[in-house]
Ligand binder design. Structure first.
Ligand SMILES: *Cc1c(COP(=O)(O)O)cnc(C)c1O
Length: 357
């Protein structure tokens, strides 16, 4: 088997051990004589898979009592709508921090459902840094404040949890979930599309405090009402069964490697090695301010589109693939999620130095 180092932003690299275990269990899951993707979602075997996935996630993230953990199809994008529809009812107002691509889409979507304003808009600096607390213009009567913790496209990470007083916090953690410890109790709601750090594309994880729910007055479509998924244990309709099975395997892998604490240490080392290569380079620069740098998505460029193209082509020739930056940013982006081995990052750092030399 020949594996490349895949720096894709998502769907993204999966741990090789997880792929091997899935392969071993592919056609006969634990003596059932069938693949997980062939079994009824109401079967005892699958009920056990989904319950275990939730329990493992709760344990790894230390989710406090009083929070529900849901698996909902439609990815993070459906959560842009569901968050607003299910939480805006308290005051009809919400604050959104606009710090990149996805937070901007979330902001525009939420505007359909209430008086939603931007409490900061970093597009004026092309999203190359995260605002400081003092730059946030917060309204005291917002139903919630929404921000995207790690900006996958622009390669920035909020280095602090914003202080919003009594206003509940909501965060999109799609590209940083389980990359380091997070105090869930600081949030009313967290959500994450699966395909960055959790498993295959096909669902989002939602962690919410049930008492924070305040739906808008219009009747919600059944599927878009969190209450539906709470009542049914994420089994209102057929869930993405195989993806949830894969989530369970990824969570086992994470637990066996020491959980979020160990991931933080690994991820900080990986990111530091890559940023050091870029900071030491005379050809490449990282446009992101140091204090706002992501540990998951490292954005860089030579400033010359032809040179960037050549870099991406030659890197691919060495098995370092999917390095092209998002179409809105250009240049390169190396996504180095939990499953990216340290060896892959070292190989890329080494290639950066050789390309230049
Ligand atoms: C990838 C990503 C999304 C979009 O996820 P989908 O599952 O494709 O909807 C949203 N927010 C962030 C931070 C992401 O990284």
């Amino acid at each position: 088997m020949s594996r490349v180092y895949n720096f894709s932003a998502g769907p993204a690299v999966m741990p090789e051990e997880v792929l091997a275990r899935a392969a071993a269990e592919m056609s006969d899951y634990k003596g059932t004589g069938m693949s997980v993707m062939e079994m009824s979602h109401r079967s005892a075997a699958f009920e056990e898979i989904i319950a275990a996935a939730e329990a493992k996630l709760r344990a790894l993230m230390r989710v406090p009592d009083g929070y529900k953990v849901l698996f909902i199809q439609g990815g993070a994008h459906l959560q842009f709508s569901m968050v607003a529809m299910n939480l805006l009812g308290r005051t009809g107002k919400a604050d959104y921090a606009v710090t990149g691509q996805f937070s901007s889409v979330a902001y525009k979507e939420a505007q359909k459902f209430g008086a939603v304003r931007a409490c900061c808009d970093m597009s004026s600096v092309n999203h190359t840094r995260i605002p400081e607390q003092g730059e946030l213009s917060l309204s005291g009567d917002a139903s919630y404040m929404h921000y995207c913790m790690n900006n996958t496209v622009f390669g920035t990470l909020w280095p602090y949890i914003p202080d919003t007083g009594t206003v509940p916090l909501v965060s999109d953690i799609s590209s940083c979930i389980l990359s380091e410890p997070l105090d869930v109790s600081r949030f009313a709601l967290l959500y994450a599309g699966a395909q960055k750090n959790l498993g295959p594309a096909g669902f989002a994880v939602v962690i919410l405090r049930e008492d924070m729910l305040a739906p808008i007055s219009a009747p919600l479509p059944t599927y878009l009402d969190y209450a539906t998924h709470i009542k049914s244990g994420s089994m209102y309709n057929t869930p993405p069964t195989y993806c949830l099975y894969m989530l369970g395997l990824v969570l086992d892998w994470l637990r066996d490697r020491g959980g979020p604490e160990a991931m933080r240490e690994r991820n900080e080392k990986k990111a530091a090695e890559l940023y050091a290569a870029l900071d030491g380079s005379e050809l490449f620069t990282c446009p992101v301010e140091r204090g706002s740098r992501s540990k998951m998505n490292v954005v860089f460029t030579s400033g010359n589109a032809d040179t960037d193209d050549k870099f991406i082509r030659q890197a691919a020739g060495e098995g370092l693939v999917t390095l092209r930056g998002h179409r809105s940013v250009g240049g390169m982006r190396a996504s180095i999620y939990n499953a990216m081995p340290a060896e892959g990052v070292s190989a890329l750092a080494d290639f950066i130095r050789r390309f230049e030399g």
